[in-house]
Ligand binder design. Structure first.
Ligand code: MN
Length: 205
């Protein structure tokens, strides 16, 4: 991890900028990674720079206890730290179509069958959820406290770290994630993501 704590650094993409074509175009990847993601990193560094007691903390630690953050910097840390956390996972959760990993395996596959009724139904639910994001935000696939998989939406750069929940996979539904290529056709972006979304090898409860 190139940015475990302050000063955080922009991690390189784990593939080339054009590697996700045609699902995500090269220009979108350059702006999304080099500009948007970098801005969250830079703004997070700026927000915590005045507070040495925060300099040893990871992004997850910063986000886990909002009440422990300096009041005057809390909003900036939560917004930009959330942006760092979400984008790192989003880019790492994508891979070229030929790379494989685009179908669930192991007990993740079993739980998708159990809780969604199969992969097709899961994608239908993921798209329904992502299309319902009003404004900027994210759709997460999570395992809830009852152990069931569900799709849930988060506004802006919110996360579920404070609730102890990490996304199994996540979809950026901010317009900057797709607008250059897809314009207002969010559904087409979501459909084409299927070719590049990676299902992690997780042992779930
Ligand atoms: Mn984004």
């Amino acid at each position: 991890m190139p940015y475990t704590n302050y000063p955080f650094e922009l991690p390189p993409l784990p593939y080339e900028y054009d590697a996700l074509e045609p699902s995500i175009d090269t220009e979108t990847m350059r702006y999304h990674h080099d500009k948007h993601f970098k801005t969250y990193i830079d703004n997070l560094n700026t927000a915590i720079a005045p507070y040495p007691r925060l300099h040893s903390l990871s992004v997850e630690q910063l986000l886990a206890r909002p009440a422990a953050l300096p009041r005057e910097a809390r909003t900036a840390i939560m917004r930009n730290g959330g942006g760092v956390y979400n984008h790192e996972r989003f880019f790492n959760g994508l891979a070229p179509a030929a790379a494989g990993g685009h179908r669930p395996t192991g007990n993740l596959a079993s739980l998708i069958d159990r809780d969604f009724g199969g992969l097709e139904s899961f994608y239908t639910e993921l798209s329904r959820s992502a299309l319902a994001v009003f404004g900027s935000g994210w759709t997460y696939l999570i395992q809830n406290r009852a152990g069931r998989l569900e799709c849930t939406n988060l506004a802006n750069q919110d996360t579920l770290i404070a609730q102890g929940i990490t996304p199994i996979l996540l979809v950026d539904v901010w317009e900057h994630a797709y607008y250059l290529k897809y314009k207002s056709a969010r559904a087409d972006y979501l459909r084409n993501l299927r070719n590049i979304l990676v299902f992690p090898n997780l042992i779930l409860r």
